[in-house]
Design a protein around this ligand. Structure first.
Ligand SMILES: [Zn+2]
Length: 410
């Protein structure tokens, strides 16, 4: 087993607003074996991190690795082989930005997860919901108003982010099928969306009874439901139904944020995607009907951050980018840093996201018993979050599971 000793490592993990004192971090195989001031090893390869910062690998809790273009209707019609190759390219780029774990909230399948685990191409760890569930006409129904062909009920293309199901028996079957196929949680579209044609933002997705049934199915399988949500009404209703992971939340009020916090829910804001959909969406293939919807949620987004923070609602990191806009994945750090202290922004991509993924102690931390998912940053991200952007340019070392993805330390 190879072992590596990182020496003089000042650790930034989002739990404090200052880096730690210089520490020794011993990696053995794919795990962190020991962290302390006096850890030593006679056999390990030594790497001196003096003047640098050591961080746990980052976690993005809202991605779509199969979203190879911003036109999601088109994406769902592309052949699986093309989507697979593009997904591996996107995941490789995520890893080289320092994201060693990503949670896919619609699209990726367990076959894709199995392919990442074979390890032929470097990717982040992939935690998946399988296909998101949406109602007829909801966010994921890309047929548009004049197409009344029936939707698929099985055999979903890899490029489809979701599947349509209506009524309690169908939503239960859809949830059970996704869980059987390897979904680690269930994603539902419980509100209108930007990228789909027939659901304005204010639309509520699914009836209360349908959402409660899906939550029951997820909880029966020992897991939780994540929901796509913008409006305050939709968010409150979802929390009342037992939804645990609240995606986007742009239009949340402080009463609802407090209620969600009391229920132990997580919010996953994804502000970078609205900035980029607004500035680059058209050139990246986003249809005109979708562009017109962006500002309905973009403008309120920044305010939602302070509302949720003040309410004590835990926030995980999310980006939700599509196609060519994925290059902006790390800019969410800088956007949030305009309103939230940087150690809290970092926490959203470390221990808070790890808790949401139910992998606390194994990812998002530099501690004994965790996977050796580590990044080295040349500078202190607590004083400059932009060190985490620029496609990993300020990360001379990226390690996943004890293997170097990048090692450019001189
Ligand atoms: Zn999304």
């Amino acid at each position: 087993m190879t072992s590596i000793l990182f020496e003089n490592a000042r650790i930034v993990d989002g739990t404090a607003d200052e880096p730690t004192e210089p520490m020794q971090v011993l990696v053995e195989g794919e795990m962190i074996r020991e962290v302390g001031k006096a850890v030593s090893s006679t056999t390990a390869q030594r790497i001196d991190l003096k003047g640098l910062t050591l961080m746990p690998g980052l976690i993005d809790a809202h991605v779509h690795v199969v979203a190879s273009t911003a036109d999601l209707g088109l994406n769902g019609q592309l052949p699986d082989a093309l989507i697979t190759v593009r997904a591996f390219k996107l995941m490789g780029e995520m890893l080289r930005r320092g994201f060693t774990t990503v949670r896919d909230v619609g699209g990726a399948t367990s076959a894709l997860v199995a392919a990442t685990r074979e390890g032929f191409w470097p990717t982040p760890r992939l935690n998946i919901s399988g296909k998101a569930l949406a109602q007829t006409g909801g966010h994921c129904d890309y047929r548009g108003p004049y197409n009344d062909e029936p939707t698929r009920r099985n055999g979903f293309p890899l490029g489809a982010l979701g599947r349509i199901c209506d009524g309690i028996p169908e939503v239960r079957r859809a949830a059970r099928e996704e869980l059987k196929s390897g979904a680690e949680f269930i994603k539902i579209m419980a509100n209108g969306g930007v990228s789909s044609p027939t659901d304005p933002i204010h639309f509520l997705g699914f009836s209360v009874e349908e959402i409660v049934a899906i939550v029951e199915e997820a909880e029966n399988a020992g897991t939780y439901v994540s929901a796509h949500l913008y409006t305050d009404k939709a968010i409150r209703r979802a929390v009342e139904c037992g939804v645990h992971s609240l995606e986007h939340c742009n239009l949340i009020t402080s009463e609802t944020a407090k209620f969600a916090a009391e229920k132990g829910a997580f919010a996953v804001p994804t502000l970078v995607t609205y900035e980029k959909l607004s500035s680059e969406g058209a050139s990246m293939g986003l249809p005109a009907a979708s562009i017109a919807k962006v500002d309905d949620v973009r403008l309120a987004g920044m305010e939602s951050l302070s509302i949720m923070r003040d309410a004590g609602l835990q926030m995980a990191y999310g980006s939700d980018l599509l196609g060519g806009m994925h290059v902006h994945q790390s800019e969410e750090f800088v956007i949030r840093g305009r309103v939230i202290p940087s150690h809290e922004v970092i926490a959203s991509a470390t221990h808070i996201a790890a808790r949401l993924l139910r992998m606390e102690g194994r990812i998002g931390t530099v501690a004994s018993g965790a996977f050796a998912d580590l990044i080295v940053v040349d500078g202190n991200p607590l004083t400059d979050l932009s060190l985490l952007t620029k496609q990993g340019a300020h990360m001379p070392i990226i390690m996943k599971g004890g293997s170097f993805i990048k090692a450019e330390l001189q």
